[in-house]
Design a protein around this ligand. Sequence first.
Ligand code: KG4
Ligand code: ZN
Length: 374
Amino acid sequence: MLILAIDTSCDETSVAILWKEYVLANVVSSQIDIHKEWGGVVPNLARRAHEENIDSVLSQAIKRTQSRLRGILRQEYQKPFTVLLKKFEKAEYKFSLGLVDAIAVTQGPGLAPALEVGVRTARALASKWNKPLVAVNHMEGHIYANMLRKVPKQKEVIPKIVFPALALLVSGKHTELVYMPKNNQYEKIGKTLDDAAGEAFDKVARMLGLGYPGGPILEELAHEGDPFAFDFPVPMKQSTDLNFSYSGLKTAVLYTVRTLKEQKKLDKKTLQNICASFQRVAVEHLVLKLKRALDNRTHVKTVLLGGGVVNNAYARTELRKVARAHNIPMLSPQDKLLRTDNAAMIGIVGYYKAQRKEFVKDIDALDREPRLSL
Ligand code: KG4
Ligand code: ZN
């Protein structure tokens, strides 16, 4: 199945085209430059930027697919694409949206004005090209991003999720533990009570004047710092549930930064030490909760990671240690682009839903759901 997918849930305008689990195009246009001066995403500026960008992102995705398909024709290993190449040949080697089997779009969660642009575009394309439409939950996208593959240069096996599985989703808006007894079944067993992990990285980075989004910049500085220089409190250490909380840690960092500024002691080395110490504690919080979840559910067969914070190499390493200690394989999306918001992850869920024929019944009535939950 050939899927066209759109994600405009937050500050990235993205369009992807997929053949089964294989990404043919995954164009992401980031609005970081627009929101950076505000230190966070401004919903109406996001809407306007999505409106301005969506057409060009779509045509870039189409162009890329065209050249990818021509590339595959020259490749030796074509097996996963045999049917697709037949379609392409029939179309006289010209890719168009007419070849697509279904259109997938993020319905929520996200910012309402931002989601609206994607949903409207998807509805219009589905009507124009007479294609079935699939509505996708963005968080499902972060989970199934683990299955995405680039067009293979050599033979490649798509990993299998063995169920029951446990997904840890850590992004700028969500920090969630999701138990999956079976494919397509979700039980949220932990969530953040206040800030999301990525939000905490961004806010701490902002306090330190590091720029936006703060996570990747903070990680860079943490490399040079001493993770034990500051003894920030590990959140909810005594609690027995699986929820998360980042606002106490954030406030502890804020007080420390304030005091150091007053004492004019916030030099470069100290800043690096704060980053490293915050990162250690922020990750320890995730580690402890994952550990607790796996201790309670000893029958879990796969751990899945998803969301922008999974780009943090220290977090991946520490979380992997937990999975290893429990003898459970852990998957994380193949590359950086697939861990942060992108339309390919929406496309893969769209593909699975289309296989189950879970199409939107009334295309014109499809509306965004900013608070959609798993
Ligand atoms: O999944 P995502 O792209 O968007 C949401 O759905 O929220 O996640 C973005 C978040 C931001 O808060 C960003 O600072 C954080 O992921 N992030 C990181 C890193 N890269 C991105 N946090 C820590 N370390 C990183 N390397
Ligand atoms: Zn996301």
